[in-house]
Design a protein around this ligand. Structure first.
Ligand SMILES: Nc1nc2c(ncn2[C@@H]2O[C@H](COP(=O)(O)OP(=O)(O)OP(=O)(O)O)[C@@H](O)[C@H]2O)c(=O)[nH]1
Ligand SMILES: [Mg+2]
Length: 182
């Protein structure tokens, strides 16, 4: 991992939820982070330097089924340590698929983030696949779920297809990352 105290914003979430796609959308670039139709594409931690000022961090998907049990546990520990101990980490976008209720893996990640000093924002992904009502329902369902875990978090609807949520994500970076730029 890079040394030098450059602040970081990380994108986390289960495999195939759309992390790499949303990073590309956030950056306004087609193919910085590698995207794949099959889960498990991102297999290492990738750091992208933005404006020479901060890093966007693409993590492998949580709980990718085709990893062995041992690999999955190792990644879980690595991601767990990263979000709880990494001093440079200032903001985490936790991605959850807007089309489905949060899964056990989403819950594990939400709870893990309770131990993280970084700011925490939920990004509901692939919102272009839902109707207007479906989107409102997804936000409501996620808010209830998060409250059920004793947490209160900002929830942003996003789509890397139509760019929804992009400016909200930039705003969160301004608030939580910009002040720490060296
Ligand atoms: N309709 C739609 N499809 C999306 C969106 N974001 C991602 N996808 C699709 O979802 C699949 C997975 O996208 P990735 O960005 O590779 O997901 P990832 O979370 O980085 O996956 P891993 O690296 O395997 O953990 C690809 O087929 C994307 O085209 C979105 O906003 N809308
Ligand atoms: Mg990826």
């Amino acid at each position: 991992m890079p040394v030098g105290g450059v602040p970081e914003v990380a994108f986390v979430g289960r495999s195939n939820v759309g992390k790499s796609s949303l990073i590309n959308c956030f950056l306004g670039r087609r193919s910085v982070a590698r995207v794949s139709g099959s889960p498990g594409k991102t297999r290492e931690i990738n750091f992208y330097l933005v404006d020479g000022a901060y890093h966007v961090v693409d993590l492998p998907g949580f709980g990718y089924a085709k990893f062995s049990r041992t690999e999955r546990d190792a990644w879980r520990r690595t991601i767990g340590r990263y979000v709880t101990e990494r001093a440079e980490l200032r903001l985490v976008f936790q991605l959850i698929d807007s089309r489905h209720a949060p899964t056990a893996l989403d819950r594990d990640m939400l709870l893990l983030m309770k131990e993280s000093p970084a700011a925490h924002v939920v990004a509901l992904t692939k919102a272009d696949k839902l109707s207007g009502n479906g989107r409102q329902h997804a936000v409501h369902r996620t808010r209830k779920y998060v409250e059920g875990l004793g947490m209160e978090l900002p929830i942003v609807l996003t789509s890397s297809e139509d760019g929804r949520g992009r400016s909200d994500m930039w705003d969160w970076v301004e608030v939580h990352v910009r002040p720490h730029i060296l």
